[in-house]
Design a protein around this ligand. Structure first.
Ligand SMILES: *[C@@H]1O[C@H](CO)[C@@H](O)[C@H](O)[C@H]1NC(C)=O
Ligand SMILES: *[C@@H]1O[C@H](CO)[C@@H](O)[C@H](O)[C@H]1NC(C)=O
Ligand SMILES: *[C@@H]1O[C@H](CO)[C@@H](O)[C@H](O)[C@H]1NC(C)=O
Length: 441
């Protein structure tokens, strides 16, 4: 998003944009340079097996002789951009993600039904977000000042007065030097919440050895502060932050000089900053997963056995405020893809539920909270019938979450407010969770 602001001058990014349902039905299309036929989307669907459509496994970048297709799948829809030349795809993906963010912000979700029900608003939003195929207004505060979100009140008023949903007045923000903040914000109770979320990407081998790891963090703020609050956030230990990027409201030079985050926040929820954690060694992860797979392949028909155990490690790189208290590991879930040669699998688990999808050959094992020193160790076991050449199984994806913990140990020293008289309530939470967390079999 931060990039978007600076690269706005890029010439003609997107030729056409399609929003489609999960099954590929075009819900809305916008064209900026000629009309790209709808059937270009078919290219995407040709890439996919029918059962994969809903899983969003479409390659985010496809190209034909003439065009590049960049797509994102989120919630229940695909947003596909058609480009004539090569533009940094991450930039386009970022913009498409923001389009979905805005739909969610406006309509509560981004489903096929909601897009159809709010066709006029969706069209207007795309109009404001993209100008001539380039990003224009992507800040929710500024958009909301121009296009009213569909609230019950708004609908009633429109019916009563016959007025359109487009606001007649220009948003104050766009003409001020702070396009991200609307003016005249007033709260009876002033409060700001900061969520520090660190994500661990790691590849772990079969023996539990971390082969590679990387930790990224984000600070997500929810600001409910009146007036024009000028905030300054400082850390006890800013050196744990390696690379960072900020929301456009942050005064970057202040961070360069003093390592403090100085900003006037937008109203509501926004991502204040992203950073990479300065880790010199591989992360010691808080869980262990031990998969054991045996496959016998005799004359193209055979049997296999699978057994996976998961548990909490005694030590990890995670930092918690109270080192003595046992760490809670929550929302534990495994996604176990089976190779194509597996015809059927019969699985059961000692803890949690396991579902095996015959079509995609993926088992989902949902465990929930890991209980330290539990009498029952979570274990999945089962058998498989193999047909064809036995291949090695793809890596297992593991999801987990540890509340009140971080890898960086980052701590907020102060969050000071200038030029407003009230004393806001401040809440800070930290949480560490899995990002792309893979166990090789
Ligand atoms: C205003 O928004 C509502 C709800 O999204 C919609 O039903 C209505 O048709 C819109 N009116 C106009 C004039 O665009
Ligand atoms: C992580 O572990 C792998 C394999 O043991 C090693 O090759 C790599 O250098 C380690 N990375 C760091 C940052 O220590
Ligand atoms: C779990 O067991 C370890 C040693 O076996 C012990 O040190 C620890 O206190 C136990 N934790 C809980 C929560 O019972």
């Amino acid at each position: 998003m931060l990039l978007l602001q600076t690269l706005i001058s890029l010439v003609q990014m997107i030729n056409s944009l399609f929003v489609t349902s999960a099954t590929g039905e075009v819900l809305i299309e916008r064209h900026w340079r000629g009309v790209t036929p709808r059937n270009i989307c078919d290219l995407c669907w040709d890439e996919l097996n029918p059962q994969d459509k809903r899983s969003g496994t479409l390659s985010p970048l496809l190209h034909t002789s003439k065009h590049y297709l960049v797509s994102v799948f989120r919630e229940d829809i695909y947003v596909i951009a058609v480009l004539a030349k090569e533009v940094p795809p991450l930039l386009v993906i970022e913009l498409l993600q923001r389009v979905v963010d805005i739909f969610v912000e406006y309509f509560g979700a981004a489903s096929e039904g909601l897009i159809k029900d709010n066709f006029a608003s969706v069209y207007q939003l795309l109009e404001e977000m993209l100008d001539n195929g380039n990003p224009l207004t992507t800040e929710p505060n500024a958009l909301k000042a121009m296009i009213a979100p569909p609230s019950v009140m708004g609908r009633l008023q429109a019916v009563a007065t016959g007025k359109s949903n487009v606001s007649d007045v220009l948003p104050d923000g766009t003409i001020s030097s702070m396009p991200w903040r609307k003016s005249g914000v007033k709260y009876a109770q002033n409060e700001i919440y900061l969520d520090i979320i660190e994500e661990v990407d790691a590849v772990v081998d079969r023996k539990g050895q971390v082969v590679s790891s990387e930790v990224s963090g984000a600070i997500v703020a929810n600001s409910r502060l009146s007036g024009i609050p000028d905030l300054c956030l400082s850390f006890l230990d800013p050196e744990v932050i390696k690379d960072c990027s900020f929301h456009p409201c942050v005064r970057y030079t202040r961070f360069e000089q003093d390592r403090v985050v100085s900003f006037v926040p937008p109203d509501g929820t926004f991502e204040l900053m992203r950073y990479r954690v300065n880790t010199k060694t591989n992360v010691t992860v808080p869980i262990y997963v031990t998969p054991v797979v045996t496959m016998s392949d005799q004359h193209n028909a055979g049997y296999g056995r699978i057994q996976i155990q998961i548990g909490q490690r005694q030590t990890s790189s995670l930092v918690t405020p109270n080192r003595k208290a046992p760490m809670l590991i929550e929302d534990v879930a495994l996604s176990i893809p089976f190779p194509k040669c597996v015809k059927t699998a019969t699985l059961s688990a000692t803890v949690g539920t396991v579902l095996y999808d015959e079509a995609t050959k993926v088992a989902s094992w949902t465990i929930g909270r890991l209980t330290p020193n539990a009498t029952k160790v979570p274990q999945l076991s089962g058998s498989m019938i193999i047909q064809g050449l036995a291949e090695g199984p793809p890596p297992i994806q593991v999801k987990w979450k540890v509340p009140v913990a971080s890898v960086s140990g980052i701590q907020i020293a102060a969050l000071q407010l200038k030029n407003e008289r009230y004393r806001p309530y401040k809440g800070v939470r930290t949480i560490t969770k899995s990002g792309r967390f893979q166990i090789r079999m």
